[in-house]
Design a protein around this ligand. Structure first.
Ligand code: AMP
Length: 355
């Protein structure tokens, strides 16, 4: 697929959560149709897409039907089973491509990839079993963090080791899954860069945002982030280096720790990212439209920020504050239409535009 997708073409989206929902809305604004593939019932994206397939990722016939009916396949999460990707890729292009997924699905592969690019990452060691953890702790030391190699999100699948004595309980938390041990980074704050690359290699970066987590889940993103001019440049160069190395097409999120010794890459997400939601009210072209433009082969928007923004996630009962927010003139509401409120569930977010 080299020509730009024409208006009226169909974009297939794997995953029907809030990211798939906001991608669908952005696609519709550009005149595209979307077809969402999601195993769960009543997905947030189902309210706004043109077509919804409710099927499991091991349903080969459903995957084939889905792929035949779309022009390009994209996704809102990185943990798509490899067998499903093989079926889809035989029929339609997947953007971003398989290499970005392969690397970001596994923390050990990801850290190795980033290190080989010459980027700074936390010291790390492979932990296949309890014995390997002992060796890793003697190499990396404490404090450190043990993380499952796969399927971790929002701080899940992680255990902190304050001292070597914590080894046994930390390993028990991994439930026998392969893990990596990371040295604890003494950072002052966390930032992320949302960047995009087009099929012809153009790159556009948004201003880095400063992230605050609560209970392992993103709480707020503030732009501008507290960064020196040189760190700001470094952040953009790091993102561009990763995009180019992966011959990437679409939007990518890069999470960075800010330290006295410079920026350290924590992880990458090959998709639109929660810490990029501020772009909806701070830029002419937000991350969702940017992603659709990139995977459709359209020119990228420039992503320049025209306002200061604080994005706050509405998690669980935070949704009860919507009535108050709806009366605030500087606040844009983005609600995901989820019927059930659960602790830790992302129900929506607000963007407070500061000037
Ligand atoms: P992650 O799932 O890797 O994004 O980790 C979730 C959060 O845990 C990060 O946003 C950090 O606040 C913290 N964290 C993860 N890795 C490290 C590390 N090596 N050193 C210090 N804090 C970390």
């Amino acid at each position: 697929m080299t020509d730009p997708l024409p208006t009226g073409a169909t974009i297939g989206i794997l995953g029907g959560g809030q990211l798939g929902r906001m991608l669908s809305v952005a696609a519709a604004r550009l005149g595209f149709r979307t077809h969402v593939f999601e195993p769960g019932a009543e997905p947030p994206a189902g309210h706004v897409c043109h077509q919804l397939t409710t099927a499991a990722y091991d349903d080969a016939a459903a995957l084939q039907r889905f792929a035949r009916g779309v022009d390009v396949v994209t996704y809102e999460f990185e943990n798509i089973p490899t067998a499903a990707l093989d079926i889809l890729e035989a029929l339609k292009p997947i953007r971003p491509g398989r290499e970005a997924l392969r690397i970001s699905q596994d923390r050990l592969t990801e850290k190795t990839f980033l290190q080989d690019l010459g980027l700074n990452v936390a010291p790390f060691a492979d932990v296949a079993d309890a014995e390997a953890l002992r060796a890793a702790v003697s190499k990396i030391g404490t404090p450190s963090i043990l993380k499952t190699r796969r399927f971790g999100y929002d701080g899940k699948g992680q255990a902190r080791l304050k001292a070597a004595e914590d080894m046994e309980t930390a390993w028990a938390d991994m439930a026998d899954q392969p893990a990596i041990l990371e040295g604890f980074v003494d950072f002052t704050h966390e930032v992320s860069v949302i960047a995009a690359r087009s099929p012809r290699g153009d790159v556009a970066c948004y201003d880095p945002g400063e992230n605050v987590h609560r209970d392992g889940i993103l709480h707020t993103t503030t732009v501008p982030a507290r960064l020196s001019a040189s760190h700001r440049t470094d952040a953009v160069l790091i993102a561009a280096k990763i995009l180019n190395a992966l011959d990437y097409v679409g939007v990518l999120g890069v999470e960075l720790f800010v330290t006295g010794q410079g920026l350290i890459v924590n992880e990458i997400a090959p998709r639109v990212h929660n810490s990029g939601h501020w772009t909806q009210n701070g830029c002419v072209v937000d991350q969702f439209e940017q992603h659709i433009r990139a995977i459709a082969g359209w020119p990228l928007g420039d992503g320049t920020r025209y306002a200061d923004v604080v994005m706050e996630n509405l998690i669980g009962d935070d949704i009860d504050r919507v009535a108050g927010y709806s009366r605030q003139a500087d606040t844009a509401l983005h609600l995901y239409g989820k019927a059930d409120t659960k602790p830790g569930r992302k129900m929506g977010h607000v963007n407070r535009v500061v000037k």
